[in-house]
Design a protein. Structure first.
Length: 255
């Protein structure tokens, strides 16, 4: 039996290989181009670096801010910016305490009276005031940034005991501000004419007055005018003057 070597129609050098091979620098193990993988790696590195930087800045800001009050904060005119919570409370109680205890000057028309804040149930909550200004620790990044760079002027937090305030206003009404109108009058003493001046009547609007007192506490430097209902006398000064001129003087001067 004779064995023959098979003949090929195509020479080995001319053999066709299906699927041209990609260059080594354009392929990866999983089939993705190396350039694409490198781009994604760069993006991940940059994003990761930014996040790490932001984290470092956040922690540093939190540590620097601590429980301090925002840099530009003021409470009822007292600068407390940059102080710790306890320092701010202490400073506020010292510098605002004197003003907070001063009597309030109240007026209705020509009548005036004084009212001590303690008697009216008006007190300052120093701790709440500092907290309202932004004092105290916080994990909120916006508040941390505000502590380091911001802050503003605010009014102190006032606590009002409504029962004491209403009672004080009622006493002021009864003892000082409420009175009936007084008519003008003309009287004789021998040949002398005496004229009594008329006066308007007033009735204090107690609920509105209580609101005015509470809202003006620590904010108003001068006298605080209180609302009241005004009533006119039946006989005015002008009418009394006319009686004196037309009747009283002629009567006295007659022989």
């Amino acid at each position: 039996m004779t064995s023959q070597t098979p003949k090929w129609d195509v020479e080995p050098d001319d053999a066709v290989v299906e699927g041209a091979a990609r260059p080594a620098d354009e392929q990866s193990v999983d089939g993705q181009p190396f350039a694409s993988r490198i781009n994604w790696l760069l993006v991940a590195v940059v994003v990761g670096g930014v996040l790490v930087l932001v984290g470092i800045l956040y922690v540093a800001g939190y540590l620097v801010a601590g429980d301090k009050v925002p840099k530009k904060a003021q409470i009822s005119g007292v600068a407390v910016g940059g102080l710790t919570r306890s320092e701010a409370i202490q400073k506020l109680s010292v510098e605002l305490g004197t003003k907070a205890a001063e009597p309030l000057n109240l007026t209705v028309g020509e009548k005036d009276a004084q009212l001590k804040p303690a008697d009216a149930g008006l007190t300052v909550d120093y701790a709440a005031s500092v907290e309202a200004a932004g004092g105290g620790k916080s994990l909120n990044p916006v508040r941390i940034l505000k502590t380091l760079t911001g802050g503003s002027a605010i009014d102190a937090v006032v606590v009002v005991e409504q029962g004491k305030l209403q009672a004080s206003v009622g006493q002021l009404a009864d003892k000082t501000f409420n009175h009936k109108p007084v008519d003008a009058a003309v009287a004789y003493k021998g040949t002398k004419i005496k004229q009594k001046q008329a006066r308007e009547g007033t009735v204090l609007q107690q609920d509105a007055a209580a609101v005015t007192i509470a809202s003006g506490y620590l904010k108003t430097t001068g006298p605080v005018g209180l609302p009241a209902d005004i009533s006119q006398p039946a006989i005015t000064n002008d009418e009394a003057d006319k009686v004196v001129a037309d009747f009283a003087k002629p009567a006295v001067s007659a022989p």
